[in-house]
Design a protein. Structure first.
Length: 276
């Protein structure tokens, strides 16, 4: 139990994790300030509509940076220790390999949840300070769940890389490549598909974009936001047949959330049992 608490605190005290959450909150504050400064003169800040846009903008900022949180937590908690041989000294004690990897994975999940909850709490306070209104609770909860799945997915990928690669440099280098491909390159692929293969005004075009979002853990928070906001991009785009017609529904979201939260870790656990 003491080692589990220590792992949780180690993630929360990691400088990279703290820097990511601080930078993300700062950028959110700047974006919210700019949005309010523009929206107030134009529309007197319509509470319901503008708050939805605020949550969407903040969600997109957080969705871009949260993978770094997952990478840092997965690396500092498990991947680095395994690559440097620290885990071998732990194995001398009467504890199983499965218990070590499971304990550290759960520590990452709890630490990520706490970090994201605090960041979104600060975001809500910033909204109250800037606009005088708290952000919609349901939308914040949806954003929290989406970001948690995203963070845990990237942490799970680090656990997996720790069993495929042997050096800390190779693990972190591969993690950076994965981040760039999934978080940046995939985004431009979505734009390309949305613009040149059906557009964002047809059910077929939207379905292609949503399908690609499900393949990308960084797109999961935006799918959850679309569901709780009743449409894509803060409700601005309404599919002709509803969200269900393009694949955004509770069953699909639950399956995708469980897949990204569990499957990378289970693959790492399987490798730990069969290859170590």
């Amino acid at each position: 139990m003491n080692s589990f608490v220590y792992d949780v605190l180690r993630v929360l005290r990691n400088r990279g994790v703290l820097l990511v959450m601080l930078l993300t909150t700062l950028l959110s504050f700047v974006a919210l300030t700019i949005f309010v400064a523009v929206a107030r003169p134009l529309s007197a800040f319509q509470v319901n509509a503008d708050q939805t846009i605020v949550v969407l903008i903040m969600g997109m900022i957080y969705a871009f940076f949260v993978p770094i949180l997952g990478i840092q937590s997965g690396y500092s908690t498990y991947a680095r220790d395994r690559a440097t041989g620290v885990l071998e000294s732990v194995m001398v004690r009467p504890v199983t390999r499965e218990r070590i990897i499971l304990s550290r994975y759960l520590a990452v999940v709890i630490a990520s949840a706490l970090a994201i909850a605090v960041a979104l709490g600060l975001l809500d306070l910033i909204s109250v300070f800037e606009t005088g209104y708290a952000l919609p609770t349901l939308q914040l909860v949806g954003l929290f769940l989406g970001l948690l799945v995203e963070s845990v997915a990237f942490a799970g990928l680090l656990f997996l890389l720790a069993h495929l690669l042997r050096s800390p440099g190779a693990i972190m280098g591969s993690a950076v490549v994965v981040f760039v491909l999934i978080d940046i390159v995939w985004f431009f692929l979505l734009l390309f598909v949305g613009v040149f293969f059906g557009g964002l005004s047809t059910t077929s075009g939207l379905s292609r974009v949503v399908g690609l979002e499900y393949v990308d853990p960084s797109g999961f928070p935006l799918l959850v936001m679309a569901f709780v906001q009743g449409g894509l991009f803060g409700g601005l785009i309404q599919p002709p047949g509803g969200l269900g017609s393009i694949g955004i529904s509770v069953p699909f979201l639950v399956v995708a959330g469980l897949f990204w939260s569990i499957v990378p870790f289970l693959l790492a656990l399987w490798l730990a049992r069969t290859r170590d």
